[in-house]
Design a protein around this ligand. Structure first.
Ligand SMILES: [Zn+2]
Length: 82
């Protein structure tokens, strides 16, 4: 990829990693540049961003009950050979 411009397929392929800040700074910049110029991909970006935020919110609310955690620890212990 010598051309610094991404097409839509490339931008969308990188979108998940872009939102998680897992791209190289170069690719991060290229995706941002594409989103700034492409309303179609920007819509996807908003959708994915909300989706990730919703998952993170949901994950925060989930907590393993102490009783379940204790049972898991016990099961793990009884599985170990020593
Ligand atoms: Zn696009």
């Amino acid at each position: 990829m010598n051309d610094s411009r991404l097409d839509c397929a490339e931008a969308l392929a990188l979108l998940q990693d872009y939102l998680k800040d897992e791209l190289t700074p170069d690719n991060q910049r290229r995706v941002a540049g594409h989103l700034a110029a492409c309303g179609h991909c920007l819509e996807h970006e908003h959708f994915e961003r909300n989706f990730l935020a919703a998952i993170q919110r949901a994950a925060k609310g989930i907590r393993c009950p102490d009783e379940v955690a204790a049972r898991i620890r016990q099961a793990l212990r009884s599985d170990t050979p020593d």
